[in-house]
Design a protein around this ligand. Sequence first.
Ligand code: GLC
Length: 485
Amino acid sequence: MTDKAGKIKVLFASAEAAPFAKVGGLGDVAGALPASLLYNFADEIDIRTIMPFHAVIKAKNPPNKKIGDFSFQANTQQIDCELFISDIDGVPVYLVDNPYINHDSPVYHGDWQLDGLKYASFSLALLEAMRYLDWKIDILHANDWHTSLAVHALETIYKDDPFFEGVKTILSIHNLPYNGWGSQDAMNLLGFTASQDPDLPDWAKFTPLPMGIAAAHKVIAVSPGYSREILTPEYGCGIENYLQKHVGKIMGILNGIDEDRWDPAKDEAISHNFSVDQLSERVQNKLDLQKALDFEVDEKIPLLTIVTRLSEQKGVPSIFEALPQLIDRKWQFALLGSGNPELEQRASKLAEAHPDRIACFVQYDDVISHVLYASGDIFLMPSLYEPCGLSQMFAMKYGNLPVATATGGLADSICDYSTDPDIATGFLYTEKNTAGLVKSLSLALDTFENQEIWQLMQKNAMKTDFCWRTSAKKYLEVYKSLLRG
Ligand code: GLC
């Protein structure tokens, strides 16, 4: 089981991990969670990450070393792999390459056939890499559909393989709707067989994420709220009956954030640093931004902000509809985000129509994001669903109070004004549409006028514990309980 030193050996498998490759929140988590586990519990755990050697990683060229070549047979295919090693914050990171991963390719092709080949082959290669290294793991911790086939493979292709005997598996769900549909040809080519679990609907038996969910010993959603929501038809993506029946192996653990990197007291991207004890400094950031954007410079005008992927999931259309309805009220709005071209256009048009109070940065820019978190009074997060969400946590740490839908990780991380303003950290609404946003935002605008309550809420938000250690400890408990059987 555990190694001589009694440490639990965990392989953390992910398609992305920051800072090497980050497309979305999965990258943040895969960069930070293993590092936090190692930093806080080094005497109990030996955790290593494995990911594809993507082109973006090649381009950044972090210190890395080739540690070998290995080949394996997948159905009729011989797959030749190269293995490299690097590290993220002390966590060893294995980088795998093979002709299907092909390190000239993007993290996600967006073409399901190519992505299917890339991640189905990576799911096998990551297990074969362990054999090549002769590192006998206790736990495989896979994430999302991209590595869920490794969990399935342990239950099928490798079931009687003595090298993997006794390995326990965890599958984290960051986003259930992305289930890997379209990988069927790749799975056929590489010799995957369908799940035999009679509780899965037929279509799901040969779809990567459900196959992994059925095979995993433990399924972890990235917030307790999301772990309950996925049991319902609204969020369950067609496998809610399976999840309900197997609710015993499902749990939710809220993600954390890097509170060192997201600390307004020492953030170099912002013009004025501040903290809970020096909250009065904060407003200078807003005044500077108002000046820079050619807005009216007045601390009494609430500044609304959003940092997001421009997508339907994030509820972005409801913002474009809600703001014109509130045009008679005093506010200014700054947006940072890119994504769906149609939404990008709508953002630009809105800014053109109201240049004196709306600014849209249609791009992704780390520095601007910090500036918006630090300058804004109200942070909009009208997501239709949100497995965890990280931006609302960054915003709260910077005293920027979220107006958000009461869903998934948003409801788990934000304490709603209506509960008790003395402990509240933001505004939650249940009606997930434009009308709901208009109502909730109006309430936030009213509350902003009472600066005594507002500042109390800001302090509550800034003091909330979102540190990774708290989440990492819960993961460690799960690893231990699985090994106890
Ligand atoms: C996905 C989810 C997001 C979550 C992130 C990390 O991107 O959409 O809510 O925060 O994964 O788990």
